[in-house]
Design a protein around this ligand. Structure first.
Ligand code: GDP
Length: 303
């Protein structure tokens, strides 16, 4: 069963690893967000693609929720001592990936080709594609000004309320090679429990991707990133309250207008009415077994 999963970073990667585990090898394609990408100390960092790669390769830090396990921070400390920027947390092991990617980008390789090579280096059967090879950057509009995503999220600790989210470069971006083809050939499409504004929004903003999902002849299932109306982690509940008017399953579903055949919600959010069929399950993925259980529920809803 060929499945395409649209995913952000931390929350998305948790479902992606479950789908990867329960599907036959090679059946999963992940389309990842690049709106969060940022240049730090001259290195190109793709936090969401990296979260997916680390989770699939079993290299991720379960407790911290991002980055690599057994990480150390000596490079960042040394860079700080030389007067280098230190606002963005880059671990020593993490830096290795950014060095390899940045070198290849400078050589002119597209991000999708580089990501394929990185996935092959850790022998992943799952295909990981950036939504686009073009430069698309999420910007956060607040009453204090408009900020790059990481500047707001990490630098300002996402404290400013968000009035709007814009995707710079989206109009002229093209889907990365393989994205539209994977959506066309899929037996099911899954929208991971990722932040709809800043993780899935930038993917939908690439012309052709939303349309390809709209044209599908197969089921499209989303998993809500809220549990009991609250984000498991991060600013989504505040963003939804301010920009969509609430945090019920209906508010989540409204974001995917016309794209969903079902929305998987947590038992803590049921019963509810959302204008789309709801599947009620336990949606907290606090370990890899929980990810597999939820992936199984999603695939059942997709067939
Ligand atoms: P980011 O790009 O690293 O912020 O990651 P995502 O957008 O993919 O994930 C952030 C969202 O994942 C947040 O809105 C969380 O509420 C949600 N999330 C994190 N862990 C879980 C989980 O175990 N279950 C569910 N349902 N949502 C989760």
């Amino acid at each position: 069963m060929k499945v395409v999963c649209l995913s952000g970073g931390v929350g998305g990667a948790k479902l992606v690893r479950g789908l990867h585990d329960v599907l036959p090898p090679g059946d999963l394609t992940v389309v990842g967000n690049v709106g969060d990408d940022v240049e730090v100390l001259g290195l190109h960092v793709s936090p969401d693609l990296d979260s997916v790669l680390y989770a699939l390769a079993g290299l991720n830090d379960e407790e911290r929720g991002w980055g690599r396990a057994d990480e150390t921070w000596r490079v960042l400390g040394a860079a700080r001592a030389w007067g280098g920027e230190d606002w963005f947390q880059l671990g020593d092991l993490d830096v290795a990936l950014h060095l390899v990617r940045s070198q290849a980008l400078r050589r002119g390789d597209p991000l999708s080709a580089i990501t394929r090579r990185l996935a092959a280096a850790v022998e992943l059967a799952t295909t990981v594609l950036p939504a686009t090879d073009d430069v698309l950057r999420t910007r956060i509009v607040t009453s204090e000004g408009t900020f790059g995503f990481q500047e707001w999220f990490v630098g300002r600790r996402h404290e400013d309320d968000v009035d709007a989210v814009v995707y710079d470069g989206a109009e002229t971006a093209a889907p990365a090679p393989g994205v539209v083809e994977a959506l066309r050939d899929a037996d099911a499409i899954v929208l991971a429990p990722s932040n709809p504004y800043v993780s899935l929004g930038p993917i939908f903003a690439v012309p052709g991707i939303r349309e390809a999902i709209g044209r599908r002849g197969v089921r499209c299932i989303a998993v809500s990133p809220l549990i009991g109306g609250r984000a498991v982690k991060g600013p989504l509940d505040r963003m939804l309250t301010r920009m969509a008017g609430g945090t019920t399953p209906a508010h989540v579903a409204s974001f995917y207008d016309g794209l969903l055949d079902a929305l998987v919600i947590d038992a803590a959010d049921a019963p509810a009415e959302a204008g789309v069929p709801l599947v009620v399950s336990a949606t907290l993925m606090d370990d890899r077994a929980a990810s597999r259980r939820l992936a199984t529920v999603v695939l059942e809803a997709a067939t």
